[in-house]
Design a protein around this ligand. Structure first.
Ligand code: PLP
Length: 436
């Protein structure tokens, strides 16, 4: 299958180029040339399949022309190596726990699949691939763990010194091997600027094969559609869920829409925004107005100019009415987020993280207007990752820290301090040891 730019359907590339380049040169995003659907045979047996089998069938629909079934099966088995349980927290109000991966956030699904697919696509290439990633905390950890030990690829993470949490820093800096962490004396925006500069520098690209691993990569998006289908099969037969998606860059929401185009019956989508709510405004009929982000308690959703908005427009042929018939927005304040955490802990004995709490609040609003609906809130992070926020909520007991997070505390940080300028960064890249 070929992939085309959202800005120009005539710009058509192979799977390998779409995945290894990440972005088309025209600043659009890659989308499949044709959206696949799963056949009637699949929809007869889907409720009896395992999560991994569902993943394989979806992956085959998108990548089966380019990647042999054997290879896809091992990519799936290695990336879907943990479960996504569906918990009925209150009657017909479910939470889909997407935080059981190595870095305790849903980004593990996309990053692990992307790492293995990139490894396979680049398997016969003579030169090593260097993946650059700027992180404000969560993405870097998921990407580092996903690529750790993948042959032929090394990862360079740039993170702003003193601006990520202690545990996040450990997730970035303790792996070693093919993962290098650069501790930048600057902001997240500086890190992003440096990555972009390196990708665009022709001198550097003559010496190193560079790519990036941010969420605009199509291979990070497709695997996120697996768990929509997987969770719907866990509901009573015949029930079409309302998916409530805590949203930032809109990758997760876009993946849900891909699942629907594959043939999944979905009653509706709710995009739950924190105060960075350009999508909610747009769905309510206001002009699309991207702007700088504002800091909130659900910080992984602090996005003022969501990158996957272009993919939403493409999926609905730029038809605002069509989009707002399928997706409703809901904007949630920090106070409402904290109140949702308190309510769910108090009434249902369930701990939400701040991102899931934004979703829960939006689901409550939906239920009030549609009492017969069945909602599924995507819980995107483990509450232990946001223990400082939960500590602000009266009546919340201590958050249990999972072993894989607790054991990080004893590991030694290994990062290279670096000034926030291009000369320092490029010199660093040229000095990287080659990894066998
Ligand atoms: C990245 C992230 C989100 C936002 O997901 P998008 O796909 O960018 O909309 C929500 N919650 C958590 C915990 C995240 O890390």
């Amino acid at each position: 299958m070929n992939f085309v730019s959202t800005n120009n359907p005539a710009h058509r590339v192979s799977l390998k180029q779409a995945v290894l380049d990440s972005l088309p040169p025209d600043n659009g995003l890659y989308m499949p040339e044709r959206l696949p659907a799963l056949d009637a045979g699949f929809w007869q047996e889907w409720r009896d399949l395992t999560f991994q089998e569902i993943g394989l069938r979806v992956a085959q629909a998108f990548f089966g022309h380019d990647v042999p079934a054997e290879a896809l099966r091992s990519i799936i088995d290695e990336s879907l190596s943990f479960d996504a349980p569906l918990v009925e927290v209150a009657e017909r109000q479910h939470v889909l726990e997407l935080f059981h991966g190595p870095t305790l956030a849903f980004k593990d699904f996309g990053a692990r699949f992307m790492a293995r697919l990139m490894g396979w696509l680049a398997r016969d290439d003579a030169s090593m691939l260097t993946v650059l990633v700027a992180t404000s905390g969560d993405t870097g950890g998921a990407v580092a763990h996903a690529f750790h030990g993948v042959p032929g690829i090394r990862v360079v993470i740039l993170y702003p010194q003193g601006k990520v949490s202690g545990l996040q820093e450990k997730q970035l800096t303790t792996l070693g091997g093919n993962i290098t962490a650069l501790e930048v004396d600057g902001s997240f925006d500086d890190c992003q600027r440096l990555v972009k500069a390196a990708l665009l520098d022709s001198g550097l690209s003559g010496q190193l094969r560079l790519t990036s691993a941010n969420s605009i990569n199509i291979s990070r998006l497709v695997p996120q559609s697996f768990y929509y289908i997987h969770s719907a099969r866990l509901l009573p037969a015949g029930v079409a869920p309302v998916f409530v998606v805590p949203s930032g860059n809109l990758g997760n929401l876009t993946a849900g829409l891909l699942a629907e185009r594959l043939g999944l019956k979905v009653e509706h989508f709710v995009a739950a925004n924190n105060r960075n709510d350009v999508l909610t405004e747009y769905l309510a009929g206001q002009p699309y107005a991207p702007r700088p982000s504002r800091a909130t308690l659900s910080n992984a959703m602090d996005v003022g100019a969501p990158s996957n908005f272009a993919r939403l427009l493409a999926l609905f042929n730029h038809d605002h009415a069509a989009m707002s018939r399928r997706i409703s927005g809901c904007s949630v304040s920090d106070e409402q987020t904290l109140a949702a955490i308190a309510e769910v802990a108090g009434c249902h004995h369930y701990q939400l993280d701040p991102h899931g709490a934004v979703g829960w609040y939006a689901a409550q609003q939906w239920h009030r207007a549609h009492p017969d609906s069945t909602t599924v809130v995507l819980e995107t992070a483990h509450p232990a990752k946001f223990a400082e926020v939960l500590a602000q909520v009266p009546g919340i007991g201590p958050v249990a820290i999972p072993d894989r997070l607790a054991s990080l505390a004893d590991k030694d940080k290994c990062a290279i301090p670096m000034a926030a300028d291009e000369a320092a960064f490029f010199a660093c890249l040229r000095k990287l040891p080659s990894i066998g």
